[in-house]
Design a protein. Structure first.
Length: 327
């Protein structure tokens, strides 16, 4: 009798790990990592998405920002995390397309070390100046004229070397034929402070954190980097219109990714929930009217992969033309 009881207990003990592994997903908190500081466009979107995901999945979805190295710290962390469905990354074209060429070497592969979940939207930048410190810069043509009158004398802020806020300015400078000084900051907050303090003459900031300061009159928007005007800033022309730069366009994307080798059922469930959430009318309104972000026509994993692959090539060419490089 004792022997049979011991054998039964042994069998039960051996079965417990397997049962634990087969527990339905999700059964504990999920983390969405971000590579940029609190208050950045990435952080704003991640927190907005986490709320309805928490309700949909029945477990807490929390945001954890690990900043530095142009988003590479958070990106590497997620690339090496267990593919168990509890760690995701709100990636950007900067972290997973631009950085592929910008950095001579990366500790992860921006395309292979990824499970694509959903593309979250097309994100423009806004060309900003301070009306208090640069009252004469009322239009984009004024900015170009001032830069040509003083080569190398105008400084512009960015959220870091190789960020879209940097490369949009590089594209602009090349297209306009001007020589300007790049001053990188550690994230959107410090870069915005430098502009408000008059330390920088202009800043190509992402649309989300730019809209409120423009609407409140703290900053002046001279142009947007998309081919069409933004719904929340209808009076602001495109860079193409405002600056006389035909074909100018410089927008990026946000996307949700997971570590490589995420099980297909988890990928499918997460992709389905995200697609449903970002298609809700109130979420679409928040994207377009509050953040200036264009919702994706097809947010699914395969469409996301195609956009990702194409953007590595597209941004790679822009980086090579600009000469930008980070060791």
């Amino acid at each position: 009798m004792l022997r049979r009881t011991a054998l039964a207990l042994t069998a039960l003990a051996l079965a417990l790990p397997a049962a634990a592994q087969e527990a339905p997903w999700p059964n504990r908190p999920i983390t969405i990592m971000g590579g940029f500081p609190n208050g950045s466009g990435v952080d704003i979107y991640a927190r907005k998405l986490a709320e309805p995901l928490t309700r949909a999945l029945g477990v807490p979805v929390v945001v954890d920002n690990r900043t530095g190295a142009g988003g590479n710290i958070a990106s590497e962390y997620v690339a090496r995390a267990r593919p168990d469905g509890y760690t995701f990354l709100l990636a950007t074209a900067g972290t997973h397309a631009i950085n592929a060429t910008l950095y001579k070497s990366l500790p992860f592969d921006p395309l292979r070390d990824v499970t694509h979940i959903a593309i979250l939207g097309d994100v423009p930048n806004v060309l900003l100046v301070s009306p208090q410190h640069s009252p004469s810069l009322r239009t984009c043509r004024d900015l170009i004229a001032a830069a040509k009158a003083k080569p190398g004398g105008l400084a512009y802020a960015s959220t870091g070397n190789g960020a879209s806020t940097h490369l949009s300015a590089v594209q602009f400078a090349v297209a306009a034929g001007i020589d300007v000084l790049h001053v990188p900051y550690r994230g959107q907050g410090p870069a915005m402070v430098s502009l408000l303090a008059g330390e920088s003459a202009f800043f190509f900031n992402q649309s989300g954190p730019s809209i409120a300061p423009v609407q409140q009159g703290q900053l002046r928007a001279l142009g947007v980097t998309t081919r069409a005007r933004l719904a929340p800033l209808p009076e602001v022309p495109t860079i193409e219109q405002a600056c006389g730069l035909p074909g100018f366009e410089s927008s990026t994307w946000y996307g949700l990714i997971a570590p490589p080798h995420l099980p297909a059922p988890i990928q499918a469930r997460m992709a389905e929930e995200v697609a449903r959430i970002i298609a809700q009318p109130d979420f679409v309104t928040w994207l377009t009217d509050n953040q200036g972000i264009t919702p994706p026509a097809d947010p699914g994993p395969e469409a996301f992969r195609r956009i990702h692959e194409a953007d590595i090539a597209r941004w790679g060419e822009i980086v090579r033309r600009s000469g930008a490089q980070v060791d």
